[in-house]
Design a protein around this ligand. Sequence first.
Ligand code: AMP
Ligand code: MN
Ligand code: MN
Ligand code: MN
Length: 291
Amino acid sequence: MPPYSLVDLHTHSTASDGTLSPTALCQRAAAAGIRTLALTDHDTTEGLAEAGRAAAELGIDFVTGVEISVGWNSQTLHIVGLAIDPRNRMLQEGLAGLMVFRDWRAQEIGRRLAKMGILEAHAGAMTYAKGRMVGRAHFARWLAEQGYCPDPRSAFGKYLGRGCPACVGGDWASLAEAVTWILDAGGRAVLAHPGRYRLSGARMRALLREFCDNGGSAVEVISGSQAAADTPHFVRLAREHGLAGSIGSDYHGPELAYTDMGRLPPLPTGLTPVWEDIGEAKIRGKMNTMC
Ligand code: AMP
Ligand code: MN
Ligand code: MN
Ligand code: MN
C-alpha cells in the first residue's frame, strides 16, 4: 500500500454541496483511515456541530472549517478557514452576507436557464439543496437528472461554468475580508486548490503576496481537485512565501467524480504542515469548546 496522508483538511457535506451528511462523511473518513479531518463546507458552518460529535464517537481528530468564496481580480478563489470558532460573530455575519448573494444568484441562474427554455431549474436545484446552502452543484445535479446533460460535471461545461450562459458573476467576499473573518474566529487561512485558478506565474505570486500580507497561513499543495503534477510547483511557491502546506481531498460524496478520502499522498518534506500549528492550538485547549 502506498503511503497515504492520514490528514484531510478539505471536505464537503450536505450542509453545502456534498452528498453525505456530516455523520456519514466522518464515518467514511474513519473507514478510509483518516485520523484528522476538517469539514469545510462552502460559506457555511452548519454541519460542524454534527460532524464534531460524529468524529468524537469515531475517535478521529476533528478540525472545524469553512471554505469561503472570494472575488479577486475577476476570479473566484476559495479560501479555507481551519480551526475557526463557528460562534464568532464577524465570521457569521460575513457568511450570512454570502448566503444572501447565493440566494439571489440561484434565482438569477434559474432566470437565465428559463431564457434557454429550461424551466423550473431554481425549484429543482432547491430540492437538492433542501433549504441549506444553494450552489451550482445543486443545479448541475438537477440538470443531469432531467436529461439536459449526461452527468453533473458536464452541466458546468454547458450551462454553469465560466463563460457559459447561466454563469453569474460573483459578489463574493474580498480576499482581505475572508482572511480577516477567519483570523477573527481564531483560525488559519489556507489558499484552496491553487492549481484550479487560471493565473499567470506573476499573478499567482501577486495573489500569494496579498494573501500573506493579510495574514494567510498556508497553501493547499495537495488537493483532490488539482493535478498531482502541480504539487512541487506549489510547494516551491509556499516555501518562497513562508507559507505552511495543507492537504485536502475536496471530497463531495461517493457518486461524484472526486478523489476519495484516504487516497492522497503525504505532505512533501521541507514544508511546515498547517495542522502542526492547529495541533498546538488544540493542546493549548483553545478548541475544546468549539463545537
Ligand atoms: P458555487 O460555489 O455554487 O459556485 O459552486 C462551486 C462548486 O461547484 C465547486 O465546489 C464544485 O463542487 C462544483 N464545480 C465547479 N466546477 C465544476 C466542474 N467543472 N465540474 C464539477 N463540479 C464543479
Ligand atoms: Mn463544491
Ligand atoms: Mn473549492
Ligand atoms: Mn471545496
